[in-house]
Write a protein that binds this ligand. Structure first.
Ligand SMILES: Nc1ncnc2c1ncn2[C@@H]1O[C@H](COP(=O)(O)OP(=O)(O)OP(=O)(O)O)[C@@H](O)[C@H]1O
Length: 299
């Protein structure tokens, strides 16, 4: 069953389309990455999902219920970490967590709270306004998880966290997903998305560029970089390689056919070149080639 279902949603700010005709399904128990360059429309999409802003068009179903009609009922089942964390500065962290639990009609589980506080080094006695950016983010993470949500929506949750906390947060999200929680997160950290997510959606200029299953995305795809005075691109194209970037003395190509054919061709062309490298394609390469090749329009 889809936990998040977006049907042709759009968001216009005046005439500017921040999100345009975006349809997406996130199934129960998935660890779903939502990636795209700055200003692509990730936060706008999340804000529409959570009914913080109204869609200009399209419809949204969350946890099987129609939004915005089911707003409060659905939000009780969701944990959310915003990209820009803002709570009342005068509130102590412990009070903030108590209010979160009250909203979700839940009692404090001391053992669980202690575990999160230890994991993220959160000081319950501090005033929220006195915390650093990273520590505010960690409090937001605890607030998002403490009421045991079925769906976690996290907007660049690792922003401001140090590498140790990055790792701890991703491990905790993975643990939640293994317990059946659906995780939907936007991120600029492609390595982490690649390591943890089962699916990834690419968004650019407000449009969905594609959804990829990360278990198959990079299988058998090679990235070949050729450097030299004369690049034998026709010979590479003849064996099925596709050019993804071409400069005067350097070209990058993808290849996903028979490897013996590739290596035979490379051994023939290598003597005329300055350098040849062959790598497995990773998410970063996929991301870069997708963004370099396609320029979506905004109307
Ligand atoms: N309230 C608003 N009024 C006008 N334009 C807006 C508004 N909110 C967002 N935008 C524009 O919509 C576009 C998408 O912004 P959004 O914050 O969704 O991008 P993002 O993918 O989350 O970016 P980042 O990775 O930098 O956080 C941007 O060009 C942004 O300037």
């Amino acid at each position: 069953m889809p936990v998040i279902e977006l049907n042709h949603i759009s968001k216009y700010f005046g005439k500017f389309a921040a999100v345009k005709d975006l349809s997406l399904k996130v199934d129960e128990g998935e660890f779903f990455g939502f990636i795209g360059p700055n200003g692509a429309g990730k936060s706008t999409t999340m804000n529409m999902i959570l009914n913080f802003i109204k869609c200009s068009g399209g419809s949204i179903q969350l946890l099987g219920q129609e939004m915005p009609a089911a707003d409060v009922a659905v939000k009780k089942r969701i944990g959310y970490v915003p990209s820009d964390v803002r709570f009342y500065p005068q509130l102590r962290v412990h009070d903030l967590i108590r209010y979160t639990l009250d909203f979700h009609h839940q009692k404090e589980d001391k053992k669980e709270l202690d575990r999160y506080c230890e994991l993220f080094e959160v000081d319950l006695k501090k005033k929220f306004g006195d915390l650093s950016l990273g520590n505010k983010k960690k409090v937001a993470v605890v607030c998002a998880m403490i009421h045991r949500p079925e769906l976690l929506i996290l907007d660049e949750p690792t922003n401001g966290l140090d590498p140790l906390m990055h790792a701890r947060l991703f491990r905790l999200m993975k643990e939640k997903q293994e317990q059946g929680v659906t995780v939907f997160l936007s991120s600029h950290n492609l390595k982490e998305v690649e390591d943890y997510c089962s699916k990834v959606a690419f968004i650019k200029a407000g449009r969905l560029m594609g959804v990829e299953d990360l278990t198959v995305i990079n299988k058998n795809v090679k990235i070949i970089t050729l450097k030299g005075e004369h690049l034998p691109l026709e010979q590479m194209k003849a064996i099925g390689a596709e050019i993804i970037k071409q400069g005067q003395h350097e070209a990058r190509l993808t290849y996903e056919k028979e490897l013996p054919v590739l290596f035979k061709t490379l051994s023939e062309i290598a003597p005329g070149l300055d350098d040849v490298t062959v790598d497995n394609r990773d998410l970063e390469e996929q991301f870069m080639s997708m963004y370099e090749n396609q320029e979506a329009e905004r109307i």
